[in-house]
Design a protein around this ligand. Structure first.
Ligand code: GTP
Ligand code: SPV
Ligand code: MN
Length: 592
């Protein structure tokens, strides 16, 4: 294949990587439908992909990963800044030259027997001033088809690179070379101790080895748009955040833009596509994971149902990719809590084994059909409530920041920050119980996850917090209002206290009413909270007792969280912004 670019830097890098990884051939991708169809046909032929029922799920495909390769691997993710202190306490660090040497040894000959794809892609609308041009080199055709959906893959990106002589290089290999005649596995990957998801922030360089799954392999997502971008943003004075964005329009037509940072698998996709239950108020989706350069959704499948997220279901009616779900007998997809029993009673489970719903293992434990972190990939444009401004290069003005996480105790349904600096403290001390999106966290029961960015801050988390204060100072009165929510409070006997999902619109409306000054608030030690009656519960079946529980600030419990926060923040050493300490002391004083 001839080389479709004149950019010397790009050609030299592709040649250098090819010399190191020795693929059988190099294919330059163009992002066309023909390319997508060809790769899918090849993967169906090789057994890697299952073509789904054309009538039930047109132009859609299912994949099963290797059981060892099912989620991001935070323990194998590195920020290799020149100085260790620049990576900070929340990141793994290896000296960049040492890491490069280790990885070069792994990369040597690693694409043998495979094709190396050169994917020109843009994070953000192609050509926008704030979009980033990048190239992913990968030996995974699964990555190519996913990138077609998640990013803008196009030869136009090559033209821009020729003009600017600038791109972000992203190198990826599944780390499974093939010997002559060796049969490929269905999902090639390397063992955990050979996996490296490496970032070199001073060079805007990404090297990933050994995993084919999600954020480990679709390098535009967490690696580029969060880890590398957050480091660039701090240098250049902008922000890269793990947030959904939605537009909430009231009956008078006034639009509010809300950005919410929840940790992985804590409900960003749900909130981004919420079906408002407040009469006259309407939600439109702008993005579901990252502010906001993506072209698609890589969403958690289990739990996605007509009841919990009808707009996500509508987005995956066709042209979708499913990874690690159940493939039913009639070749459709199914997962736990999809809202109905598995049609036909079973199918092929995420491990590619025959499976029946209700099956139990030797210990009597239910065998799930879909992995808890199984995902769908779908174009954002297929979402029925996608906002017409979702690709507007000018962006949208954010009115409200929401922070939160999964807390079955302690955190009330909603509270508001006294001011932006207090909001930063709220975001900085957000905490969550672990989810299936990162399984290698050990047995921790609670994790502090500042701004839902712990696994994604590409530099020192203390500097990152200071960057929030600097941005707040720059924005002044234009800084968004800040709120903290918790949809996940449970009763002592384990039932959800709040119905959640569409009903969360009631909480969003209260926030908008606050912004407009339409309602007052009660001052509590932790922040401002709704005056009874302002957050409408009309038509909801919530007892006064449950409501009181949802709104309760248990001072003793909260003090415990503050003590833990103080311990956690102490790990930032002298990089902890003084204003965080001030907020912490003020909160302690208010709690008494
Ligand atoms: P990443 O894509 O991993 O960054 O995560 P995400 O935040 O987009 O996750 P997603 O929206 O897919 O979260 C799904 C999980 O959150 C499922 O377990 C849902 O059941 C749960 N969830 C979302 N909203 C609610 C809610 O309002 N109430 C309750 N109880 N659970 C919710
Ligand atoms: C997350 O884990 O926050 C995700 C999924 O959005 S992944 O892209 O795999 O990181
Ligand atoms: Mn995410």
């Amino acid at each position: 294949m001839s080389v479709p670019t004149t950019n010397k830097k790009l050609i030299a890098w592709v040649n250098e990587v090819a010399a190191m990884t020795t693929p059988d051939q190099i294919v330059w991708c163009d992002g066309s439908k023909a390319e997508y169809d060809r790769l899918m046909a090849e993967m169906v032929a090789s057994g890697m992909a299952i073509k789904l029922n054309e009538k039930k799920r047109p132009n859609s495909f299912a994949f099963n990963s290797d059981p060892s390769d099912v989620a991001r691997v935070e323990g194998r993710t590195y920020i290799a800044s020149r100085k260790q202190e620049d990576a900070g306490p929340t990141n793994n660090w290896i000296d960049p030259s040492a890491l490069k040497q280790t990885m070069r040894d792994l990369y040597k000959g690693c694409m043998k027997g495979r094709t190396m794809y050169v994917i020109p892609f843009s994070m953000g609308p192609i050509g926008s001033d704030i979009a980033k041009n990048a190239i992913e080199l990968t030996d995974s055709p699964y990555v190519v088809v996913n990138q077609h959906i998640m990013t803008r893959v196009s030869t136009e990106v090559l033209r821009l690179i020729e003009k600017t002589d600038d791109f972000i290089p992203c190198l990826h290999s599944v780390g499974a070379p093939l010997q002559p005649g060796q049969k490929d596995s269905r999902w090639p990957c390397a063992p955990l101790d050979k996996k490296y998801i490496a970032h070199f922030p001073e060079e805007n360089l990404i090297w990933s080895y050994g995993s084919g799954y999600g954020g480990n392999a679709l390098l535009g997502k967490k690696c580029l748009a969060l880890r590398i971008a957050s480091a660039m943003a701090a240098r250049e004075g902008w922000m890269a955040e793990h947030m959904l964005i939605l537009r909430f329009t009231n009956p008078e037509g006034k639009k509010f833009h809300i950005a919410a940072a929840f940790p992985s698998a804590c409900g960003k996709t749900n909130l981004a596509m919420l079906q408002s239950t407040v009469p006259g108020w309407k939600v439109e989706t702008i993005g579901d994971d990252i502010v906001n350069p993506e072209a698609g959704f890589f969403g958690v499948a289990p739990g996605t149902s007509q009841g919990s997220n009808p707009m996500a279901l509508a987005s995956i009616k066709e042209n979708a990719i499913f990874t690690n779900v159940v493939v039913t007998e009639d070749k459709d997809v199914w997962w736990e809590d999809m809202g109905y029993d598995c049609p036909g009673g079973g199918g092929i489970d995420w491990k590619n084994n025959p499976w029946k719903q209700g099956m139990k293992d030797a210990d009597g434990k239910k065998i799930v059909g879909a992995h808890a972190n199984s995902r769908f990939t779908a174009r954002a444009a297929q979402c029925p409530v996608i906002c017409k401004d979702w690709e507007n290069p000018a962006g949208v003005p954010i009115d409200i920041f929401v922070f939160g996480g999964k807390r079955t105790t302690t955190m009330p349904l909603v509270h508001e920050a006294f001011d932006f600096n207090h909001g930063i403290y709220m975001g900085a001390t957000a905490s969550s119980e672990p989810t299936a999106a990162a399984l290698d966290l050990g047995g921790v029961s609670l994790r502090f996850d500042p701004f839902a960015m712990t696994p994604f801050i590409g530099y020192h988390a203390g500097d990152y917090m200071q960057h929030w204060f600097d941005m707040g100072d720059k924005l002044g009165a234009k800084a968004p209002r800040c709120f903290y929510v918790n949809w996940f409070r449970k009763t002592a006997d384990g039932k959800w206290l709040w119905p959640g999902f569409g009903e969360n619109s009631r909480v969003l409306k209260w926030m908008c009413d606050r912004v407009e000054g339409k309602v007052g608030a009660r001052k509590t030690p932790i922040g401002l909270m709704p005056i009874d009656g302002d957050l409408t519960l009309d038509g909801l079946d919530i007892s006064a007792k449950d409501w009181a529980e949802l709104m309760k600030v248990d001072t003793a419990l909260f003090k415990e969280t503050v003590i833990n926060a103080e311990k956690y923040l102490a790990t930032f050493g002298d990089k902890l912004p003084p204003r965080i300490t001030e907020q912490l002391q003020a909160l302690k004083a208010r709690l008494g």
